[in-house]
Write a protein that binds this ligand. Sequence first.
Ligand SMILES: *[C@@H]1O[C@H](CO)[C@@H](O)[C@H](O)[C@H]1NC(C)=O
Ligand SMILES: *[C@@H]1O[C@H](CO)[C@@H](O)[C@H](O)[C@H]1NC(C)=O
Length: 295
Amino acid sequence: MAAIGVGRQRPVPTLLLLGLPAFAAAPPRFAVVTTVVSRPCDLAVDRICRAHHTQTKIAALAYKLGCQLSNVGYAGPKAILMHGVYAPSSMAMLAAQGWRVHNVTADLRALFPAGVPGRARPALQIPPRRAGVVQPRNDGWATLYKLYAWSLVEFELVLHTDLDVVFSASPEPAIRAALATRLVFQALPEEAYRGYHGLNTHIMLLRPNTDVFSLLMTNAVRGHFVPFTRTEQDVLETVFPPEVGEEWGANGTAVRAVPWPHHKHWGPDADKAICRRHAACCPAPNEQHDPSPAR
Ligand SMILES: *[C@@H]1O[C@H](CO)[C@@H](O)[C@H](O)[C@H]1NC(C)=O
Ligand SMILES: *[C@@H]1O[C@H](CO)[C@@H](O)[C@H](O)[C@H]1NC(C)=O
């Protein structure tokens, strides 16, 4: 650094050059991330799809998440894993809210045929523990884009949330606690009808890592997971217990969970619940001229 100005007629302003990196606040190396997938609907098997997964509706939900986050006091980085084509006005709406968009448009449908009736199972697929409880949904490929959160290595830690979540507290304390405790992964434990301990992945804390990303995608593609919901959740719960940290087993105790931000996972009617809790977020700007009678 000191040699930069040597021999020049007019040295560059050294103070500025040296001062900026030392004193400008570095952006936080974490983010709240969500996944936005606009998918074609097959109404024969997926009746809620048309109302919830048009590019208008799904972009509006991302806007409402951004609005919720700012309502609960979260001002940190936000990133979207985005699949599909969206109206320029929707993209502008999300950019104005500070979302950084990662375009993960790739056709994963062919890669994740696990359990789709009439399609062969991938070679390595592990049989279900209880065949009768495997869910009949066939949109699992769309949830696989969540796995791209592990590819966002510009962030040290990510809190990934689905779009059907109502937040009533900032996720930042959970993120900072995860950073402080060297947490590697956390999701909610769920057993439901599986007959084994699985996860609910509507909210997750994770450390992006390209090797883990390769592992998860390969497991998904090759069917190396125990099927239950037939979504990315199966892939994750076959690999991860509810909490993974650096200090596993050192004294025979499990890693202690980081407290989650207060929130509720709503499901298909989340839009109404979000608008009840965060009325000022609704409607999203891109819905205001939407002629559909959905609201
Ligand atoms: C992402 O890339 C695809 C294919 O290159 C393109 O068709 C699509 O419009 C892009 N989507 C976004 C949100 O930028
Ligand atoms: C076990 O290790 C964890 C992590 O270092 C620590 O928080 C906990 O207090 C330890 N428990 C006991 C019983 O020593």
